[in-house]
Design a protein around this ligand. Structure first.
Ligand code: ATP
Ligand code: MG
Length: 188
C-alpha cells in the first residue's frame, strides 16, 4: 500500500468539465481529504476530441469548484506518454501523494491496482447527457449544451470563444480530420 493518507486522485480529460464530473468530485469530497485532479492528455488542444488546452480546462475546473465552495483540490496537467506499463509512475511523479484513485475506466483501474493503489469507481450520473462526447457534439452543432456543464464552465467556454472553435473543428467543417492518437486519458 502507498502513503497512508486519505487524499484521492481523479483523472480525466475534462473536454469539457461537466456536471457528471462535478458529481464525482462532490462524492470524493465526502470520502477523501484533499482531491487531486489530473488533467489528462494535457498536450492536446484544438482537435474535435480535445478542443480545450490544459490551461483552459484548469480554469474551467478551478472556477467550477470555487463556485461550489470546494477548496481542497489540486489541479495537475498530465501529458500522455503512450506507455501503459509505466504510466502510473509517470502520474505519481507529477502529483501530490495520494492513496486512492477514482476512475470508471477499466484500463486506468487495472494499471493502478497493479501498482498497489486502492481504486474506487463512482456511479455514472445521467451518462446520456453528462458526457464530454455528447457535449462537444452539441456545442459544434448549435444544440442545447449549457445546462450540462456548471455555470463557470459556460462562462469560460464563452470567454475563450470555444463555441466557434468547436464549430470550426467539427469534422464536417474540415477537409482533413486529425484524430489525435488516443492516450491513456481516453476512456469510457
Ligand atoms: P469523453 O466522452 O470525451 O470521453 P467523459 O464524459 O467520458 O468525456 P472524461 O474526462 O473522459 O469525460 O472522464 C473522466 C472521468 O469521469 C472518467 O473516469 C469517467 O468515467 C468519469 N465520468 C465521465 N462522465 C461521468 C458521469 N456522467 N458520471 C460519473 N462519472 C463520469
Ligand atoms: Mg471518457
Amino acid at each position: 500500500m502507498k502513503a497512508k493518507n486519505r487524499d484521492c486522485l481523479l483523472i480525466g480529460r475534462f473536454q469539457p468539465f461537466h456536471k457528471g464530473h462535478l458529481q464525482v468530485v462532490k462524492t470524493i469530497a465526502r470520502e477523501c481529504d484533499d482531491i487531486i485532479i489530473g488533467i489528462g492528455s494535457a498536450q492536446y488542444s484544438h482537435t474535435a476530441e480535445n478542443p480545450f488546452t490544459a490551461g483552459e480546462r484548469h480554469l474551467m475546473i478551478s472556477r467550477a469548484l470555487q463556485e461550489e465552495g470546494i477548496g481542497n483540490f489540486f489541479l495537475v496537467p498530465i501529458v500522455d506518454i503512450n506507455r501503459y506499463a509505466i504510466w502510473v509512475s509517470h502520474v505519481v511523479s507529477m502529483v501530490p501523494p495520494f492513496s486512492r484513485v477514482y476512475t470508471n475506466n477499466g484500463l486506468t483501474r487495472r494499471l493502478f491496482i497493479e501498482e498497489g493503489y486502492e481504486v474506487s469507481s463512482s456511479p455514472m450520473f445521467n451518462r446520456e447527457q453528462y458526457s464530454g462526447t455528447e457535449i462537444r457534439r452539441r456545442i459544434a452543432s448549435n444544440d442545447n449544451w449549457e445546462q450540462l456543464v456548471p455555470n463557470a464552465v459556460v462562462s469560460v467556454i464563452k470567454e475563450i470563444d470555444g463555441v466557434s472553435r468547436l464549430m470550426d473543428l467539427a469534422p464536417s467543417q474540415r477537409r482533413e480530420v486529425d484524430e489525435s492518437g488516443a492516450g491513456i486519458g481516453e476512456d469510457a
